[in-house]
Design a protein around this ligand. Structure first.
Ligand code: HEC
Length: 255
């Protein structure tokens, strides 16, 4: 009897939908509540949200005094190098290859030649330059700031330095007990041909990236003119060796 009365009461009043129709904003949806019509509010000026205090600007930018700095913001340990190697292999090798000669798989299939880390210019480039390139991109290279957190960027930078050193290591560079040996003899010990460690050339199947083999020039944002280093623009003709592939030098091995 009471139940029937309750049902009758609700039907008379009409069901209330408050729990269903909550006064909330859906992401990115507009509103007439705020004068600017945005439901997503900008950060309040002169405030710092949690985890956004970036006091150590060198750690976050790689710049010091307006110039790319040359130093690590934290000590390099074997763990840091291992992390850098792992992140490098995930995010950089598709274009730069595992040895950093700039002839990764994507480049072999037509992407613009990626930077070769074993050139005199990049061997002497300050560490902040590498951090800056990962954070902001460089020419045809997109930035990796969303994928790679600042600490990991520095770990990658440290690993690139180790890769560079590995190409010219002398006995004096390695600790007592380790010895330096050319890659070709390491290849032979592994049962591979000595030429395994030679310079890489782009295979004839590498294409210029367009169906008709014509260079594809992306307009630079806003300018309407060709951008620097766009995909396909810097391709050598098929079968021609890349301008600056890494040379197979001696490498350090721990024995
Ligand atoms: C999608 C391909 C691609 C990926 C992935 C990529 N790069 Fe590059 N990178 C390039 C290209 C292409 C260039 C040459 C750009 C130019 O000269 O216009 C380049 C150039 C560079 C240079 C040389 C800059 C200079 O001063 O000449 C560095 C250093 C570099 N990349 C680091 C990295 C690191 C570190 C990663 C991984 C976090 C990475 N790249 C991932 C394509 C890539």
């Amino acid at each position: 009897m009471a139940a029937a009365a309750t049902v009758a009461l609700f039907s008379a009043l009409g069901c209330r939908q408050d729990m269903h129709d909550q006064p909330k904003f859906f992401p990115e949806r507009g509103t007439s509540f705020y004068a600017d019509g945005r439901s997503v509010r900008p950060q309040v000026e002169n405030t710092v949200a949690r985890n956004q205090l970036r006091e150590d600007s060198y750690f976050y930018t790689g710049f010091s005094g307006g110039k790319e700095g040359d130093g690590m913001p934290f000590p390099v340990t074997l763990d840091v190098l291992a992390r850098g190697q792992e992140r490098f292999n995930v995010y950089c090798t598709p274009c730069h290859s595992r040895v950093g000669n700039g002839v990764g798989m994507i480049v072999q299939r037509g992407y613009a030649q990626a930077g070769n880390f074993h050139t005199a210019r990049l061997e002497t480039a300050p560490l902040g330059h590498f951090f800056n390139v990962i954070s902001n991109g460089y020419g045809a290279m997109p930035d990796y700031s969303a994928q790679v957190a600042p600490a990991d960027r520095w770990a990658i930078v440290a690993y690139i330095k180790a890769l560079q050193l590995s190409q010219h290591a002398t006995q004096a560079d390695v600790p007592a007990g380790a010895h330096v040996e050319p890659l070709s003899s390491i290849a032979e010990q592994e049962g591979l041909p000595a030429t395994f460690a030679n310079e890489w050339v782009l295979p004839p199947t590498a294409v210029t990236g367009t169906p008709d083999n014509q260079p594809f020039i992306l307009p630079a944002p806003g300018s309407g003119t060709a951008g620097k280093g766009t995909p396909g623009q810097t391709q050598p003709s098929p079968a021609a060796p890349p301008a600056s592939a890494a040379t197979a030098g001696p490498t350090a091995v721990k024995k």
